[in-house]
Design a protein around this ligand. Structure first.
Ligand SMILES: [Zn+2]
Length: 499
């Protein structure tokens, strides 16, 4: 079995356009059939020859594995996982490969039984030690005591994993102990350790739901890294601690299984951890990616946790962009009518075809409408401005009282991003005319509200004349609508220098 799969390795392309805030990147997935295997694969990636020390944690005690990060980093050791009563097979094999002199078992006998330690000794490992503890709070405290004197400590919610996970690479790299708390009351073990280690300042991860004001008030010189949700907390860790983002590890924020042991390797690679959902990249994560232009990823875990669609959004040709696709008219406003066609239907169909193409290239697509409903022009503008879209594409069909008028034209407006809008209009116009074989009516400046008031690059495309018989025949054909869609898509790619 392959240890890990290189899914997408696109060469970094020199960007020709100053307005392309994106770079083609790389995404490497570290996968495995279960968390034991993921841990082994991470170990093989980070410690290809051998390791003097191995840290061993119970597979179901995420807190132990996460708070072990700084210690593992201190020992330059991978973290492996085991079952409770016997040393898990793949883990045993990996330990044999690593030929360590020492294995540090993290957790009390309730999580890792003495029989596992005996098995390790039987393997000929000279030093097998246990960091004990009644519960996760004590284990974390006792791990902290093994670290070289640091006057700083991280405080995270011990009852939930995402905050501790996201801070773990930073804490590991700086050998800052991660101590755990209950949201509303600080456990005795944590309190004692803060005092016995002489901690003078603390980094509190998470909002008040994770670490309450009461607990915060009991901490030495606390600094809180907060956020609306776990995704924003992870993004704010990068911002507030000014972490480098040449590479980032990506983990699901929903379950702890996959990323459990990734933090040490992330620390070794000087990379922070970002969290994502499996159905979409959450807005706070998307925001930090675009702010930092993050383009190189290690994806932790299998397709079940992070589907390929998400990876495409990170490293696809147009990764990092949010584009609003605006199907003109709709509902009570049919737009132009002619030759048995309704503009609102035609442009909706083209918009719906455009959405998946853009998404496959990594775009976060926002549709002003995905159904036949009426939307005001103000709402269309607001949708784009509120989310800070990178581009706005309004799709229309033309009409004229004289049926002989025909052809394709694309509008831009000078109010915002005029030059860029004109360039995008030019690229789309060129492709439409080429692919549809319509008359080239050119790129024009137009005073339409949706392109005048949207504050980003914006264009309004008049695909063809619904009132002209020849043009209408094309608009009526699904094959031509597909061609029109491909043309708009290609124009966007051209504009971003990604053709
Ligand atoms: Zn229209």
């Amino acid at each position: 079995m392959k240890k890990y799969f290189i899914l997408l390795v696109l060469p970094l392309v020199l960007l020709l356009f100053a307005n392309s805030a994106i770079a083609s990147g790389t995404a490497e997935r570290v996968d495995g059939k279960d968390r034991f295997q993921v841990a082994v694969n991470l170990s093989q990636k980070g410690w290809p020859t051998q390791s003097d020390t191995v840290v061993l944690s119970f597979y179901n005690a995420y807190a132990d594995a996460l708070t072990s990060g700084p210690l593992a980093y201190h020992y330059n050791a991978p973290i492996l996982l085991t079952h409770n009563n016997n040393l898990t097979d793949v883990t045993k094999k990996e330990i044999a490969r690593l030929k360590p002199n020492r294995v540090v078992v993290v957790g009390g006998p309730g999580s890792i039984a003495d029989s596992v330690l005996n098995e390790l000794r039987k393997m000929g490992i000279k030093e097998v030690t246990r960091i004990n503890g009644e519960d996760r709070f004590e284990v974390a405290a006792n791990v902290a005591k093994q670290l070289p004197g640091n006057k700083k400590a991280v405080i995270a919610d011990g009852l939930n994993f995402p905050d501790a996970l996201a801070i773990s690479p930073y804490a590991s790299q700086n050998k800052i102990p991660i101590l755990l708390t209950r949201p509303k009351a600080m456990p005795q073990a944590t309190k004692q350790t803060l005092s016995s280690l002489g901690i003078t300042s603390t980094i509190v991860v998470g909002g008040e739901a994770s670490v309450s004001k009461t607990v915060y008030g009991q901490l030495p010189t606390p600094m809180r890294i907060s956020g609306e949700d776990r995704y924003e907390v992870a993004a704010n860790i990068i911002r507030q601690l000014k972490l480098p983002t040449g590479k980032a590890y990506l983990s699901t924020g929903a379950t702890f299984a996959d990323a459990l042991t990734g933090s040490v390797l992330a620390a070794k690679e000087n990379a922070p951890i970002l969290l994502t959902r499996s159905d979409k990249i959450p807005d706070p994560t998307r925001k930090i990616i675009s702010e930092r232009k993050i383009s190189n990823y290690v994806v932790l875990g299998g397709l079940g946790s992070i589907p390929q669609k998400i990876v495409a959004q990170l490293s696809g040709k147009l990764a990092g962009l949010t584009i609003v696709v605006d199907a003109g008219h709709g509902g009570t406003d049919p737009g132009a009518i002619g030759n048995g066609l309704k503009e609102s239907d035609i442009v909706l169909d083209i918009s719906r075809r455009l959405q998946p193409k853009l998404e496959a290239a990594g775009v976060n697509v926002v549709m002003t409408r995905a159904t036949n409903k009426y939307i005001t022009l103000d709402d269309r503008v607001k949708a784009a401005n509120d989310i800070g879209a990178n581009a706005f594409i309004s799709i229309h069909n033309n009409a004229y009282s004289d049926g002989s008028a025909n052809g394709t034209e694309t509008y831009w407006n000078d109010t915002y991003a005029g030059q860029e809008s004109k360039e995008l209009a030019t690229e789309i116009q060129k492709e439409l005319v080429k692919q549809l074989g319509t008359r080239d009516r050119g790129v024009k400046e137009g005073n339409f509200k949706v392109i005048r008031e949207t504050t980003m690059v914006s264009v309004l495309v008049e695909v063809a004349f619904i009132t002209n018989q020849n043009d209408a025949q094309k608009l009526a054909s699904a094959a031509y609508r597909e061609k029109a869609t491909n043309a708009i898509y290609q124009g966007i790619l051209n504009y971003y220098g990604k053709n």
